[in-house]
Design a protein around this ligand. Structure first.
Ligand code: DGT
Ligand code: CA
Ligand code: CA
Ligand code: ZN
Length: 572
């Protein structure tokens, strides 16, 4: 059992409890699932080595859930889950992956129409059976069909941050083979693209046949498409495809470069080689028969007369030119963030207290965070009204004293809701008292381009709004971005001094890399925020940094890579 498989059962349990209207438990299981999924070590190894108690070291896993994980590891499942699964024999994970379909709806669909799968649901919707259900209506039916077709149109590409825990697990399994000397994940994963088509694995070994044999026998492999002496393609049980290539040590750099891509970047490099009378392929850079570079990527670029190009830039968006002219950006690095400007707490829909979030932020090396709980028009999150915000300000001032010694700053803030007409749901006099005000669209995603652009710009024009959070509101593979005229947004950002956020939550990755690049070009500053709703979410910041790097951003472009005073002085 891998961490992913365990997490899936816990996640399903969360949904099943929600169908049963059990309080609190859904959240607890959801959290445990998320942290199991992203845990750095296989739980099965921990359990084997250190026993059941050690499972409680996973954040969000207490005694009860640890016992369930033990049962999953020993007997593949635990009794409460089996019981509820018998009551609701439906694909709740698949069904709730559809935008707008939640566990409660799945329950009704099962009880009234015996819908088990996404296929069943699609058929029922097409036959107009959904609209006949109480509380559903034609609008819901149409929304369901739209959600299903959107899910399909993603073409099976997976969100980077969602797939990555499986990638790490697979990597660890292969790394454990004694014949493997080196291993690297290549392709779009190394380039940190927001979605990935498959997993490309590069291995250095002098015993390729043995590595291949062990690879195709891994329990994760569902199907082998093809296998040869140096190249194997498989389908994994999690639904992802994986390509394994095995090369000798002396070719590692050339192979790493080739299999990292992008294809277009490779083609350009090969052309440069040809112009120099050289030949470049996955085995090396050659002059005639003599190999002149290939052990490392750096030497390949050098031999081509280029500066090393970071994988995140290899998309044929001007990186080769810039490299040749020594004009590559000094990219923001993975450890560069000093603060996080979007953090939710248990004052609204977050999991943990302000203090717990502060401690967790310190642990990952941050120097400041802004507490930005939701506001009142998001009633389902328990959004704060003016009074509650003022209370929270007092609380933060009090709490801050505890953190004086560690020189850590807790800033006051809010994630205010942009209403349909671009007005905000909190009064200006209260907003004026906050250190950091983020504004975001959480509803009316389907307005026209002109209307959406106008409402966001109106929010930017508010003199208290410092940052626009997750500008386009997209959820990759789930919800389309709002239509927006980005040129106009850029102009307004410049004019009003508003910052645009790079939201690091994997399914959001909002704004996208091309937009970031335009901000960099235009001198519009950005923040990289985790949108943390729980302690363990600060880890997600690295996806935001990856996205920023893909947009050619440097430290100077990202305000929370700056010390707190400089950052605060820059805000409106
Ligand atoms: P993906 O999987 O759709 O997210 O995108 P990639 O970039 O990972 O593409 P993939 O998996 O087809 O191939 C991995 C890398 O191998 C790709 O980035 C560049 C290299 N590659 C694959 N096929 C070709 C090819 O026909 N020509 C060249 N020059 N490179 C290729
Ligand atoms: Ca790939
Ligand atoms: Ca591939
Ligand atoms: Zn939120």
């Amino acid at each position: 059992m891998t961490n992913r498989e365990i997490a899936n059962i816990l996640r399903e349990m969360a949904a099943l409890y929600e169908m049963e209207s059990v309080l609190f438990k859904p959240r607890a299981y959801e959290n445990a699932a998320a942290s199991v999924e992203s845990f750095g070590e296989e739980l099965s190894d921990i359990y084997k080595k250190e026993g059941a108690r050690a499972l409680e070291n996973v954040p969000g896993v207490g005694k009860g859930i640890a016992a369930h994980i033990q049962a999953i590891l020993e007997k593949k499942d635990f009794s409460e889950h089996v019981k509820l699964k018998n009551k609701y024999p439906v694909d709740v994970i698949g069904l709730t992956a559809i935008e707008g379909v939640g566990p409660k709806m799945v329950k009704v669909l099962w009880q009234k129409l015996k819908i088990r799968t996404v296929g069943d649901l699609e058929r029922a919707a097409r036959r107009r059976k959904i609209r006949g259900l109480e509380h559903f209506g034609e609008k819901t039916e149409k929304k369901i069909l739209k959600g299903i077709s959107f899910l399909r149109s993603s073409g099976g590409r997976k969100v980077l941050g969602v797939a990555l825990s499986d990638v790490f697990s697979l990597r660890r399994m292969i790394e454990a083979f004694s014949e493997v000397k080196k291993i690297e994940i290549t392709g779009s994963i190394r380039r940190k693209k927001e979605t990935i088509g498959d997993i490309d694995i590069l291995v250095v070994s002098s015993k390729a046949a043995r590595v291949t044999e062990r690879f195709i026998r891994l329990p994760w492999i569902d199907h082998v498409y093809g296998t040869g002496p140096t190249k194997t393609n498989v389908r994994l049980k999690n639904g992802l495809d994986a390509d394994l290539r095995i090369v000798p040590e002396k070719s590692f750099g050339a192979a790493l470069n080739y299999f990292t891509g992008s294809k277009e970047h490779n083609v350009a490099l090969r052309e440069i080689a040809i112009k120099k009378g050289l030949k470049l392929n996955e085995y090396g850079l050659y002059r005639g028969k003599r190999m002149i570079a290939g052990k490392t990527e750096e030497e390949v670029y050098r031999a081509l007369g280029l500066r090393y190009i970071a994988p995140e830039l290899r998309e044929m968006r001007g990186e080769i030119e810039a490299s040749r002219k020594n004009a590559l950006p000094d990219l923001i690095e993975y450890g560069d963030l000093k603060g996080d400007l979007q953090v939710q707490t248990d004052w609204t829909d977050g999991e943990d207290s302000i203090e717990a979030m502060a401690h967790a932020a310190i642990e990952v090396g941050l120097r400041y965070i802004a507490i930005t709980d939701h506001t009142k028009s998001l009633a389902m999150t328990g959004g704060a009204d003016e009074k509650k915000i003022l209370r929270q300000i007092d609380e933060i001032i009090k709490l801050s004293k505890k953190f004086l010694k560690s020189d850590f700053r807790i800033l006051t803030g809010a994630e205010v809701n942009i209403m349909k007409d671009g007005s905000l749901d909190i009064s200006d006099d209260v907003l004026a008292r906050l250190d950091v005000v983020g504004a975001a669209v959480h509803s009316h995603f389907g307005l026209s381009r002109a209307e959406e652009t106008k409402r966001v710009i109106r929010a930017m024009e508010n003199k208290n709004v410092d940052i626009i959070f997750h500008l386009t509101g997209r959820l990759i593979n789930k919800r389309e971005p709002i239509q927006i005229d980005f040129e106009e947004i850029l102009k307004a950002a410049k004019r009003t001094g508003t910052i645009l956020e790079i939201n690091a939550f994997p399914e959001r990755a909002d704004i996208k890399d091309q937009y970031i690049r335009e901000c960099v070009r235009e001198g519009v500053k950005m923040s990289i925020d985790s949108d943390a709703h729980a302690r363990e979410h600060f880890k997600l910041l690295e996806y935001g940094i990856a996205q920023a790097r893909r947009g050619w951003a440097t430290r100077a472009d990202i305000i929370n890579a700056w010390p707190v005073e400089k950052m605060l002085n820059f805000l409106k």
